[in-house]
Design a protein around this ligand. Structure first.
Ligand SMILES: Nc1ncnc2c1ncn2[C@@H]1O[C@H](COP(=O)(O)OP(=O)(O)OP(=O)(O)O)[C@@H](O)[C@H]1O
Length: 774
């Protein structure tokens, strides 16, 4: 037996030992859990037997309450312990088949011997609960595994830096508690293991990368010091993967003070939410709240408004039909527009807010002019929103006085006749109860009438009061629209040259209560300044994926809402596909101009084969900096056909070929939803395919037809680009969309073009792809 075999055998013996420990622990825990469960069932069954219930005297009531509380606490304590046991069992189940993936031998400075440390997705103690059989990958010492090749190494702890020598770094592939692969690794984490993992088929759910996190990704995951961490990484560089590992890391490191409810992830589309939903649970953490920016804004906007879907904005952009609208999107997305609104708000602080009369049953109770007078009579140093709150309180008080007076009106008596019998009975009982309590005899019918009047008037005033509490006395929309019509010297000089178009496009849409995607953040920002905003202080960390797709205005609005939270922003300027997409870096500075961000650049692309990366990187700005991971595959193929009908024939034969080769997730990527629908109709009788639109929330293995912007963030074994012709991808503004579509491919990329190929393809060196002209 040679040395490698001997090592392998020794390692397998250890795996066997750890596995037996896991089994033992599982047995003990299961027994404990069964005992606890029985106890809980028993406690629930006999709950009332052990409680002394006596409600005769006030003292007895107090005693009963105390006894009930004690019993309930006992039950919830047992339930909590059962929950904890269940969690431990879940953790053991995760470790059972593959207890760990890494080992390091570390000789710490000033120590006499080296420590051997095994690293897995969770920690495990030995039977005596003294020594770690497995260290959690997030433990401080585990960072050695990700950060250093064998040689001098160090890691940070709460007590400072620990230095020493990393003597060995070993990787395992363990399945069903049997070692399937064992590699001693050098500079990077196991190219061989990474090769193997990346060579696998794409899945409809993202997987965790815990065993093969790369050094530069580990910097993202373990970054603790930056309030804003910006990860600018090329397509397929692991931005999303690293962000999710980072969430798991933060939850582990700050487990006493942070939980998944304190984090929120903004993802590019609903499909993506489902795509990444299994990563955190796989790592033993609960999913954080996930939302898209559209869903988030929708939760803030009154249902009276119709909010445009960002993908519809994208469709409008792609179709190029409404040029006026498209021409003003950049301005409406900019911080200049925000400053203009801020200027308008400072005018409104002194004059110009539009109020509404407050009417009741067709009668004006308080006029808009009175409200205006009250509002502008308040101390002007107080913010508009606080003055608005004070005004609402003042109005509610005044309305209560009207309400009292109204009880005496004739209409109340008329309405009383229409009341149901139950209403009279209820009031009758209330009055009797009150009289009994007061031990006095009042005129019951007089009292009943009084109560009924009060009740009727109250019912009528409730909706009005609700409206006032929601600031319905302020005409927010009218006030906003006035910005576009009025001239005021304080803001006039800040208006852009195309203000007339900005103004007419906005008034037409917003006036009809249609919030175009580019109008939503400005309008909400304005509204918040008038009536205050929702508080999100419980959110301590926000992750924004595809942050290049946020306009400066949208991003700034988000920053204001989540003022106290730290942020991880993940983006790739080469995938900035929206008409407004941010290219500016200054956005990420804080208000005083102090840059509090840290920027990490990822240039290595892991998703696609070397051949695909060499093809796609020529489509990107500074694409020469993109480094492909060394995984080989076939060169992308460009098939040029003469007519559209031929295109579909070739898509069918390409997809069939791919299926025969065993590829399981295949995407036919089109530019727009219209083209996707057409392709779907043409292909559905020959292929088993699913059409993905903006409402899709998940997809299954097989063939999908999808517009490029919805495929963002997702990957497929094979990508077939539907019509990569000059006609479809000819404009410079379509280059990034084309790049995004092509970079979704892991193993194969086929581009079909009807007629002349896109100029972007023509710029790619001919040796980077195969071409078939038919
Ligand atoms: N360290 C790693 N180990 C194993 N797989 C990795 C690693 N880093 C990235 N990958 C894989 O590379 C692929 C791309 O990763 P991911 O989707 O996180 O990249 P991205 O930068 O968010 O991509 P894009 O911007 O193109 O959507 C995924 O399959 C991911 O599992």
């Amino acid at each position: 037996m040679n040395e490698t075999h001997l090592e392998w055998q020794k390692e397998q013996e250890r795996v066997d030992f750890v596995h037996s420990q896991i089994k033992k622990k599982q047995e003990t825990l299961k027994q404990n859990a069964a005992g606890l469960k029985q106890g809980i069932i028993g406690l629930r069954e006999t709950f009332w037997e052990d409680v002394t219930v006596n409600l005769d005297e006030p003292d007895d009531v107090i005693e009963t309450q105390a006894s009930l509380k004690q019993q309930a606490e006992l039950l919830s304590e047992r339930e909590r312990s059962h929950g904890l046991l269940y969690e431990k069992l879940k953790k053991l189940a995760r470790l059972e088949d593959s207890p760990y993936f890494g080992r390091i031998d570390f000789f710490e400075e000033n120590e006499t011997a080296s420590d051997t440390i095994y690293i897995g997705i969770a920690s495990l103690l030995d039977e005596q609960e003294e020594n770690f059989l497995i260290y959690d990958w997030r433990a401080p010492i585990s960072s050695l595994y990700y950060d250093f090749p064998p040689g001098p190494a160090q890691y940070e702890t709460m007590d400072g830096t620990i230095s020493g020598e990393l003597e060995l770094k070993r990787q395992f592939i363990i399945k069903n508690a049997k070692i399937k692969g064992l590699f001693d690794t050098g500079i990077t984490i196991g190219d061989r293991l990474l090769q193997e993992i990346l060579g696998n088929q794409a899945n409809t759910k993202m997987k965790s990368i815990v065993a093969t996190i790369q050094k530069e990704q580990n910097q993202i995951i373990r970054n603790e010091k930056s309030k804003v961490l910006v990860v600018q990484g090329v397509a397929g560089s692991g931005k999303t993967s690293a962000a999710l590992q980072r969430a798991a890391y933060l939850l582990y490191t700050h487990r006493e003070t942070l939980n998944s409810q304190n984090m929120i992830l903004f993802s590019p589309n609903p499909l993506f939410n489902s795509y990444i939903s299994t990563v955190l649970p796989e790592l033993g953490e609960e999913n954080m709240k996930q939302t898209t920016y559209k869903q988030f804004l929708e939760s803030l906007i009154s249902t009276a408004f119709e909010l445009e879907d960002p993908f519809m904005q994208m469709e409008a952009f792609l179709s190029g039909e409404d040029q006026e609208r498209i021409s003003v999107i950049p301005y409406k997305s900019s911080l200049e527009f925000k400053s203009l609104i801020a200027g308008y708000l400072s005018i409104l602080s002194n004059e110009g807010l539009i109020f509404r009369d407050i009417s009741f049953r067709g009668r004006v109770l308080i006029t808009a002019a009175e409200i205006e007078l009250h509002f502008y009579g308040l101390d002007r140093h107080i913010s508009i929103s606080n003055r608005m709150r004070l005004t609402a309180e003042w109005l509610l008080k005044r309305i209560s006085l009207f309400e009292k007076q109204e009880r005496e009106e004739e209409w109340v008596l008329e309405e009383m006749q229409l009341l149901e019998k139950e209403d009279f009975l209820e009031v009758h009982r209330e009055v009797q109860r009150k009289n009994r309590r007061m031990k006095a005899a009042f005129d019951e019918s007089e009292q009943e009438e009084k109560r009924l009047r009060k009740k009727i008037v109250q019912q009528h005033f409730t909706p009005l009061k609700k409206r006032l509490k929601r600031y319905g006395f302020l005409h927010i929309l009218e006030t906003y629209l006035r910005l576009f019509t009025e001239q005021h010297p304080a803001i006039e000089e800040h208006k852009p040259v195309n203000w007339d178009i900005v103004s007419s496009v906005t008034r037409t849409a917003v006036g009809r209560k249609k919030l175009l995607w580019e109008d939503a953040a400005p309008f909400l920002y304005f509204r918040d300044k008038l009536i205050g905003r929702k508080s999100y202080t419980h959110i301590r960390h926000i992750f924004i994926d595809e942050f290049q797709d946020y306009s400066p205005f949208q991003f700034d609005y988000l920053k204001e809402l989540f003022r106290g939270a730290s942020m991880t922003l993940l983006g790739d300027l080469n995938q900035a596909i929206y008409p407004h997409s941010q290219e500016s870096e200054s956005l990420l500075s804080d208000e005083d101009g102090n840059v509090e961000e840290e920027r990490i650049i990822l240039t290595r692309s892991y998703r696609s084969t070397r051949e695909i990366v060499e093809f796609t990187r020529t489509l990107a700005d500074q694409g020469e900096q993109i480094i492909p991971f060394n995984r080989e595959g076939e060169k992308p193929e460009v098939i040029q056909v003469a007519a559209k009908e031929d295109q579909y024939q070739h898509i069918i034969s390409t997809v069939r070929d791919l299926e025969i080769k065993g590829f399981e997730t295949i995407a036919i990527i089109c530019k727009s939803i219209g083209e996707s629908e057409e392709a779907y109709e043409m292909l559905r009788s020959s292929l088993n395919i699913q059409l993905m639109n903006q409402d899709a929330t998940s997809y299954s293995k097989g063939v999908v037809v999808i517009p490029a912007y919805l495929a963002k963030g997702i990957e497929f074994d094979s990508v077939v680009i539907c019509n990569a012709s000059q006609e479809v991808y000819g404009r410079e503004s379509e280059r990034k969309l084309f790049y995004t579509a092509c970079t979704r491919a892991m193993h194969t990329l086929t581009l079909i073009t009807v007629g002349e190929a896109s100029p972007f393809i023509k710029k790619i060196p001919a040796d980077k792809y195969l071409i078939k002209k038919l």
